[in-house]
Ligand binder design. Structure first.
Ligand code: SF4
Length: 393
């Protein structure tokens, strides 16, 4: 398939998927003068050279300027608003063996799958808190979380929620089309790492071991019409600077091809989880994560910047008026966690356990509006929306 070759060859030609040492050299030889010059250029446009400069160790001394520019650009493009969403875990069964995840098939945890009725009960709690954006999350549980399951659940939930997204396993384009037609308009799928060797090391078995199929998934769901494309790398597995360069190339490629969809970047940092290792080779500091977010903002003016409850309250609060556009709140990371006190095992420990109301209040105290809804489900069925993006040739 042509599109596979496209993104694969971009990463391969630029040496962003393997043997990436040349990028270390490029990043570490950027000078303060180069950073200063780059920051005097208009903000918001991507070029690989610009991103290398802004991600470099030399740019760490310019975080204040980057923050100012990032804040201005975000307000200019998104207004003083932050959208709120909630994740709903529907299954923690998984056939993969990701070494960093407590849901991997070898861990001994309480596995739970929500029936449609149970999922609707959890969703009712979330809707009752005011959310209109819902993210359905699952392990790779194709046996239970089928296309039919998702279509049936979406058919019920679309009455209550203005936007439904999924963060599950990669699907075929036909499957994505089916769930899109049922009312799901966004997909988040992290590549985890763009480095092929590191990827192979952490994904030792199961369908997720197929790097290329995962890399190609955004083409499939964008072609199916999905309005929201969520990208991310799991921070802690490989050098964050080079991962950001690779993810940016992926984003630039998708934006060019599926220009009607909105790209957003997420920043999941490795969290403690049950029965997985606790030492990681490339942990990312708060300061580096802020630099990563700002560098991306200053290259992609219209990209969503998403921050989850993996992060501590203070850190999230400090980022509210910098460049963040979407926050989760009140999250439970276990199936059944909203409607039942005794939910199943969590995927990771939530660091910000404030209620959605408290998070919304904090957003307002920063002079921003907490947005529960920015899209109406009725738009989804408008003609033309279905075929927003061209099919890959
Ligand atoms: S990261 Fe996802 S695919 Fe991997 S083990 Fe966890 S739930 Fe399964």
């Amino acid at each position: 398939m042509q599109t596979q070759t496209d993104i694969q060859s971009i990463l391969s030609e630029k040496q962003l998927d393997i043997n990436r040492e040349c990028w270390e050299h490029a990043l570490h030889t950027v000078t303060a003068d180069q950073v200063r010059r780059e920051l005097s250029n208009p903000a918001g446009k991507f070029s690989p050279d610009r991103l290398v400069t802004l991600l470099s160790p030399a740019a760490e001394a310019f975080l204040e300027t980057m923050a100012q520019q990032g804040r201005d650009l975000t307000v200019q493009r998104f207004g003083r608003t932050i959208q709120l969403y909630a994740p709903l875990y529907v299954s923690n069964v998984c056939i993969n063996s990701c070494r960093y995840c407590g849901y991997n098939k070898t861990t001994q945890i309480n596995r739970t799958r929500l029936t449609i009725e149970q999922a609707v009960s959890d969703a009712a709690v979330i809707a009752g808190e005011g959310f209109k954006h819902l993210l359905l999350v699952s392990g790779e549980d194709r046996q239970f979380i089928t296309t039919d399951y998702l279509c049936a659940l979406a058919g019920t939930l679309r009455e209550q929620f203005s936007s439904l997204s999924i963060e599950i396993y990669p699907m075929s384009q036909d499957e994505y089309t089916q769930v899109f037609n049922a009312g799901i308009d966004g997909v988040t799928l992290y590549q985890e790492t763009y480095d092929r060797n590191t990827y192979a090391d952490y994904h030792v078995a199961g369908p997720k071991a197929d790097y290329d199929s995962r890399l190609d998934a955004p083409d499939r769901y964008a072609s199916a019409g999905m309005r929201r494309i969520g990208l991310g790398v799991l921070l802690g597995l490989a050098d964050w600077r080079i991962e950001t360069l690779a993810m940016a190339e992926h984003a630039a490629y998708l934006m060019k091809r599926y220009w009607r969809s909105q790209i957003s970047f997420s920043f999941p940092r490795i969290c403690p989880a049950t029965n997985v290792q606790s030492e990681w080779p490339h942990l990312v500091s708060d300061q580096n994560m802020v630099q990563m977010m700002l560098a991306l903002r200053l290259c992609f003016s219209d990209a969503g910047i998403v921050l989850s409850t993996r992060e501590m309250p203070d850190f999230r609060d400090n980022l509210m008026n910098l460049c963040v556009t979407r926050l989760s709140a009140g999250s439970k990371t276990n199936p059944g966690g909203y409607a039942s006190e005794k939910g199943a095992a969590e995927q990771f420990e939530v660091a910000d356990d404030r209620s959605p109301h408290e998070v919304a209040k904090t957003i307002c105290s920063h002079g921003y509006e907490a947005v529960w809804k920015d899209w109406d489900a009725s738009f989804h069925s408008l003609k033309g929306v279905k075929s927003l993006n061209p099919s890959p040739q």
